[in-house]
Each structure stands twice: as structure tokens, then as C-alpha cells.
Design a protein around this ligand. Structure first.
Ligand SMILES: Nc1ncnc2c1ncn2[C@@H]1O[C@H](COP(=O)(O)OP(=O)(O)OP(=O)(O)O)[C@@H](O)[C@H]1O
Ligand SMILES: [Mg+2]
Length: 258
């Protein structure tokens, strides 16, 4: 039985003279929801890019859902059950929300929309996909904007649709790069609440990048990994992280322990 959705061992990523990720190791058990936090430029997105196969690692090993993926292409890794979203959402602006979900998820890695739309699809399979796209939009509480153009959406709505698109590939594990960045308080709460129910109801594991430590500490993730300057500074349950004075002082100031 697979116990880890993700296992990263001694991951290093250099960009010329800069070591963006410096010997990072962590494990994420199947089905758990984990926050990855840390200041600007500490290597969070680079870690995601290595895990999803978009960047070649300098050294180290990555296992996704029990399979070694170091050196594999993004589409091969996605086939194993890992899907990601990007810090800056990549929706097709001239398409409607529902169309954005129906463009096969693999095009997030190799955008060849025309080819994917021309691909023969049996009618029943297509209707099932449309039904499941609507179901996903409903679960994210955005089905009312299904026929709006992506270019008309607010930042928060775009984030939700982007998550919806990731869910279309029926992932077992999701990497979410700042899914609530730039989203106003109540909608950020709603996105998080929806992510939590998805994780709970469908058993989808998630690693969620978030800048705001206070926000993630209060959102009931199972575990938190804190990065700083390319390394893992601390990890533990939200309560354990709250007790780490070095982390709290570096990121939150003293108010967070109350
Ligand atoms: N493709 C690249 N080429 C060169 N340097 C890069 C590249 N991608 C990232 N970096 C550098 O690597 C470091 C880590 O960047 P990264 O994007 O992983 O940080 P981050 O933790 O996601 O930050 P933020 O919270 O601002 O999104 C930064 O110094 C960045 O400038
Ligand atoms: Mg980033």
C-alpha cells in the first residue's frame, strides 16, 4: 500500500550561482492537507516546479504516489495522479468558464487546444465530462458563472475556476500555488473551506503554498512546512508551529500565539 502521496529527498535546485532549493526533504502522507509557507523568494514555487517536472532538479529524488518521478516529464507525472495550479492563473481568457474546464487538463502542460478539441470523443464520454465539469463548478460554488468569459472573472473567481480545472483530471494529489493570493477575506475563506471539503470527501491530498502564515495556521491544515532561504526551517502541526518561537517571531510577530 502506498503511504506517501509525495516524498522529496535532499532536493537541490540551482539557477546558475543561486541555490533556490537547498537540500529540502519532506514526506506527505496520502490524503493529507499540508501548507507550505515562507517569505518571498524562499523557494516554494521552485519546489513545486521540480515536483511537477517543469524544472529539472540539480540533485535529489522525488517520489509521487509511490513512483520515482525524478527526470520524468510533467505529463508523465500528471498521469500518475498529480496535478498543479500556478501562482498566476492560466485560464483561456477568450473561453467561457465551462470551456476552460473541458479543455483537457493535460493542455496545462502542453497547450495545444486545437488538437485537444479536434480529438475524437465519444458522445457519452463527452456528456459525462460536461456533467462532471458542472459538478466540480457546483462543489466550488461557482456554477452560476459557468457561461461567463474567463476574462470577465474577478481574481478570486479565476482562482476557483483554476482549481476546478485542476480537478477535471481527477487528481489524487494537488499542488496549489497560492490559491487564495490576492483574494479578499471572505472569498479566501470560502476557497479554503471548499478545498478542505474536497480533501475530506474525495481523499485528495494537497500541498498548498501560502504566504500568510497566520492565515494557514488558522485554517486547520494537517501539517505545515516552513521554508526559509531554500531550506526547510520547521515542520509540524499548526499547534507545533505556533510553539516554535523562531518561526513565529520571524513570520508573525508576537500576536500570533494568542
Ligand atoms: N527560472 C528561474 N531562473 C532563475 N532564478 C529563478 C527562477 N525561478 C526562480 N528563481 C529564483 O529562485 C528563488 C526562489 O524563487 P521561488 O519562485 O521559488 O520563490 P517563492 O518562495 O515561490 O516566492 P514567492 O512567495 O514570491 O512566490 C528566487 O530568488 C528566484 O528569483
Ligand atoms: Mg512563488
Amino acid at each position: 500500500m502506498i503511504t506517501n502521496a509525495l516524498k522529496v529527498t535532499n532536493l537541490v535546485k540551482d539557477f546558475g550561482g543561486l541555490t533556490a532549493v537547498n537540500n529540502v526533504s519532506f514526506e506527505i502522507p496520502v490524503g493529507s492537507m499540508v501548507g507550505l509557507i515562507g517569505p518571498n523568494g524562499c523557494g516554494k514555487s521552485t519546489t513545486f516546479n521540480c515536483i511537477s517536472g517543469m524544472l529539472e532538479v540539480t540533485s535529489g529524488e522525488i517520489e509521487v504516489l509511490g513512483r520515482m518521478t525524478t527526470g520524468k516529464r510533467p505529463d508523465e507525472i500528471q498521469k500518475l495522479g498529480l496535478t498543479r495550479t500556478f501562482q498566476h492563473t492560466r485560464l483561456w481568457r477568450d473561453m467561457t468558464v465551462i470551456e476552460n474546464l473541458l479543455v483537457p487538463a493535460r493542455s496545462q502542460f502542453q497547450p495545444n487546444m486545437l488538437l485537444s478539441l479536434l480529438k475524437p470523443n465519444s458522445r457519452p464520454a463527452e456528456s459525462r465530462r460536461i456533467a462532471s465539469a458542472f459538478q466540480i463548478l457546483e462543489s466550488l460554488e461557482v456554477s452560476h458563472i459557468a457561461h461567463n468569459l474567463a476574462s470577465e472573472l474577478s481574481g478570486g473567481q479565476s482562482k476557483l475556476v483554476d482549481i476546478g480545472r485542476a480537478l477535471m483530471s481527477d487528481p489524487e494529489f494537488l499542488l496549489l500555488d497560492e490559491p487564495v493570493a490576492g483574494v479578499a477575506g471572505p472569498l479566501a475563506e470560502k476557497i479554503f473551506k471548499n478545498l478542505k471539503s474536497l480533501s475530506r470527501d474525495k481523499g485528495i491530498g494537497m500541498l498548498i503554498i501560502e504566504h500568510n502564515m497566520e492565515f494557514i495556521l488558522r485554517r486547520g491544515v494537517d501539517h505545515i512546512i516552513v521554508m526559509d532561504n531554500g531550506t526547510v526551517l520547521a515542520e509540524g502541526t499548526p499547534d507545533e508551529i505556533r510553539q516554535r518561537n523562531d518561526v513565529v517571531e520571524a513570520y508573525l510577530g508576537t500576536g500570533a500565539r494568542n
